[in-house]
Design a protein around this ligand. Structure first.
Ligand code: 5GP
Ligand code: MN
Length: 344
């Protein structure tokens, strides 16, 4: 996005200086990049002597709660009235790490009704055009990386501020699975190096983000791999399905299945991995792929979803059993076409 960065930053700068009440909002089920970019933006504004309110549509996962500033985030479903007021009072709404309004969950209606000017900063493919300023770069690994580039360009940012650097670093490591997947590039590593040079404590972060699981979660992972993983070698595919009772058995709490979908991709020859989670009246699916296999095309065509080439998701309004049957049917019918790669 290099040639256009200057234009974007000029417009963003104009919007920032011309607004009194800035609201930062990230997506439903916010991940490390959503919260990382949101908090980094907050710390950036603070360093400029500005302030901002923050909203997420629903709760943060436990492993992100320690981040500096996380306690200032208002959770829409927990505190509706206050969040609706914050949305109504804002004159600039900056949306981070999503590009479809339904990612706002129950806050969608209020944000879309608002007369505030709207900015989207995001790295997902095929953005919808609902903002006054859309800053989208699907070639970067994370919204946090994009934000780093923008802030560098705008006025160099508070790169010596620990909470700022920490937030961007967390966005980058979580969206790349610790530099294991995703669109990370030489630029990502150079940016990460600069963030590390600020003196952030990477070992502390690693322990808080990755080595912070419950014993139940580890046992659920073992059970998923041992008893619930099915391999379809003919289609280079593996899937794991977890029913509500499986989850109950291991005292599931939100976030416990995070990362499970990546595990089968470590098996030699597997290029497509799927995780099915039974919900009330529907099934949530996560897709991961290797190489040019377009998991997002599969998600979009068959499971009302979308996402990145190698990481996407969707859902299906049926029982777990019927969803798996349908999945196998569409996989068998479409795998050969999809493995040729897609336009995405
Ligand atoms: P995860 O499997 O980690 O929940 O999601 C991976 C990526 O897939 C997300 O970053 C998001 O881009 C995309 N994604 C997940 N679920 C959905 C969905 O239901 N609809 C769409 N459009 N994208 C999704
Ligand atoms: Mn992201």
């Amino acid at each position: 996005m290099e040639p256009e960065t200057a234009k974007y930053t000029k417009e963003l700068e104009k919007l920032l200086t011309g607004s009194d009440n800035i609201l930062l909002i990230s997506h439903i089920n916010p991940d490390g990049d959503a919260i990382g970019s949101q908090l980094a933006f907050y710390h950036y504004l603070k360093s400029r002597g500005r302030t901002a309110e923050m909203i997420t549509p629903n709760n943060l996962q436990e492993f992100l709660l320690w981040m500096e500033g996380a306690e200032l985030i208002n959770v829409f479903i927990k505190n509706r009235q206050r969040c609706i007021e914050l949305i109504r009072n804002s004159d600039l709404i900056i949306m981070l790490d999503f590009n479809q309004t339904n990612r706002l969950g129950e806050a969608e209606k209020y944000v879309m009704e608002s007369k505030a000017r709207k900015v989207v900063i995001d790295h997902h493919l095929n953005p919808d055009h609902f903002a006054d300023l859309l800053i989208s770069d699907p070639s970067v690994c994370s919204t946090s990386e994009l934000l780093y580039v923008l802030i560098r360009k705008m006025n160099n940012g508070p790169f010596n501020s620990r909470p700022f650097a920490e937030a961007l670093y967390i966005g980058i490591i979580t969206d790349t699975g610790n530099f294991d997947h995703g669109n990370y590039t030489g630029d990502t590593l150079r940016i990460t190096a600069e963030l590390l040079d600020t003196g952030i404590d990477k070992d502390k972060i690693q322990n808080l983000i990755y080595n912070n699981f419950s014993a139940d979660r580890m046992r659920l992972m073992g059970y998923s791999l041992n008893e619930k993983m099915v391999i379809l070698p003919e289609f280079s595919t593996a899937y794991i399905s977890l029913s509500k009772s499986d989850l109950e058995r291991y005292n599931y709490v939100k976030g416990d299945t995070e990362g499970f979908v990546n595990l089968p991709l470590s098996i030699s020859g597997i290029v497509f991995s799927v995780l099915f989670i039974e919900k009330d009246g529907f099934v949530k699916l996560s897709f991961r792929s290797k190489g040019s296999f377009p998991s997002n095309k599969f998600a979009r065509k068959f499971f009302y979803g979308g996402g990145h080439l190698n990481a996407s998701g969707g859902e299906y309004p049926d029982t777990l059993e019927k969803t798996i049957t349908y999945f196998i049917k569409v996989l068998v019918e479409n795998f050969r076409d999809l493995e040729k790669g897609g336009e995405e």
